[in-house]
Design a protein around this ligand. Structure first.
Ligand code: AMP
Ligand code: MG
Length: 410
């Protein structure tokens, strides 16, 4: 990409398209059903059987002929769930039957036990009208052979795993998790268990990024803290590129004299994005090698996480086989005034369902890019267009939902 293009500040949507266009889906793998939750199905799942495979009772009661009108009937058998179908039921006869048991031959309906009275080993049917098929779940009610049950790219949740199990799958083929390396860079940084010296701070980005990556299904294979020194950074990148599909760094991409990551990315990979018309997170480096994606995020903790959620998370999901969709954008009404800035802002926000059923939102207070507290309690970003005038309460804006809206105001 030409230097001129790289210099231009990209619209966030354009930047995301550039990133997603470079994503290739990782090869699928077979995993045990127990471990397949939240993974993305690699192929269309088509039913190869009918379920239920036999007509089954949906109530505890008596299997009858719906045309039978005899008030007192002979009991000719009993069927429990798990039993093979019982003996033939004829006119004047019934078979005791439990929920889930196969309907015996001849029977065409099940009368619930509540509508019967037992006397001397015989049964009195006290239900006026019995419809054909009543309380019977016919073959193929739940799913039919040949049905497309779950399309490729679906994230497997409880119901999907249950369906796979019903069909006899002990393992399922899902997209592989991307292997991710995470590095914090900066000479001022010390690990959380160290006491910072003068001018030092504790490294927070590494822990935020590792969790953010895991939350979207990545396998974090490497993480560490690297000094702003050429040799150390080179070694870290070499290590990461040997082991990971995605390398995520924080820091070192601004205009400072020790911002070495930016230059190194240009040397090791092809750089596609340098800057985004977005606040926070203007410096955002995206580069690729023939087999890895590299994201150089800014060091400010908020800029770093906003960049991750906006651009990296969709890429990590897509690598696993998720559709190329992004977090939902919804119209919201702001309940407090907002001051726009000179770039598109992704303000951390609280979004809730108001009493009238529409979505309301407020930001989380001071939005400076070092204040990680602005993320705490938030469930999305308010997308604030650039401008000079204060936006009054009641203004309609868009929000990017990162989680479900809250059920009430907070
Ligand atoms: P940089 O992008 O390297 O210029 O860093 C921008 C700001 O973010 C500076 O104030 C850094 O001290 C701070 N910062 C950079 N990396 C981290 C980190 N891993 N954890 C916390 N703060 C950081
Ligand atoms: Mg730095």
């Amino acid at each position: 990409m030409s230097a001129l293009t790289l210099d231009r500040m990209l619209h966030p949507d354009e930047a995301r398209s550039i990133v997603l266009a470079r994503v290739s889906r990782l090869e699928p793998e077979d995993v045990a059903l127990e471990d397949a939750g939240d993974r993305y199905l690699a192929y269309d799942l088509v039913a190869d059987v009918d379920l239920p495979p036999f007509p089954a009772a949906t109530m505890d009661g008596f299997a009858v002929l719906h045309t039978d009108t005899s008030p007192i009937r002979e009991i000719v058998g009993a069927g429990f769930a798990g039993d093979a179908p019982g003996e033939m039921v004829a006119l004047g006869q019934v078979a005791r039957i439990m929920t889930g048991a196969p309907i015996p031959p001849g029977a065409t309906a099940v009368v619930p036990v509540e509508n019967t009275v037992m006397t001397n080993g015989r049964v009195e049917i006290r239900q006026q009208v019995v419809r054909e098929g009543e309380n019977i779940r016919p073959i193929g009610t739940d799913l039919r052979r040949g049905d497309l049950l779950i399309p490729a790219g679906t994230r497997l949740g409880p119901a999907e795993l249950g369906i796979l199990a019903s069909l006899g799958y002990a393992t399922v083929v899902v997209g592989r998790r991307p292997r991710v390396a995470v590095f914090s860079t900066g000479n001022e940084l010390v690990p959380p268990d160290a006491q910072p010296g003068p001018g030092q701070i504790r490294d927070s980005n590494r822990f935020s990024l590792v969790q953010a990556a895991r939350r979207v299904g990545a396998d974090v294979v490497l993480s560490g803290l690297v000094r702003d020194e050429e040799a150390a950074l080179r070694a870290a990148f070499a290590d990461a590129l040997a082991r990971a599909d995605v390398v995520i760094t924080s820091g070192g991409v601004s205009m400072g004299d020790r911002d070495l990551v930016k230059g190194l990315l240009g040397e090791l990979a092809e750089v596609h994005i340098r800057r985004i018309f977005m606040k926070p997170g203007k410096p955002f480096n995206f580069a690729t090698t023939d087999r890895a994606l590299l994201f150089g995020l800014p060091g400010n903790p908020v800029s770093c996480l906003v960049g991750f959620e906006t651009f990296v998370a969709p890429a990590l999901r897509m690598m696993q086989g998720a559709p190329a969709d992004v977090a939902p954008r919804v119209p919201v009404t702001i309940t407090h005034t907002l001051q726009p800035s000179d770039r598109i802002e992704h303000q951390r926000a609280v979004v809730w369902v108001a009493e009238d059923g529409t979505l309301h939102a407020r930001n989380t207070g001071n939005q400076i890019s070092a204040r990680l507290m602005s993320f705490v309690g938030s469930n999305g970003f308010l997308v604030v267009p650039p401008g000079e005038d204060v936006l009054p309460a009641g203004t309609r804006l868009e929000a990017i939902l990162l989680g479900a809206p809250y059920a009430s105001e907070r």
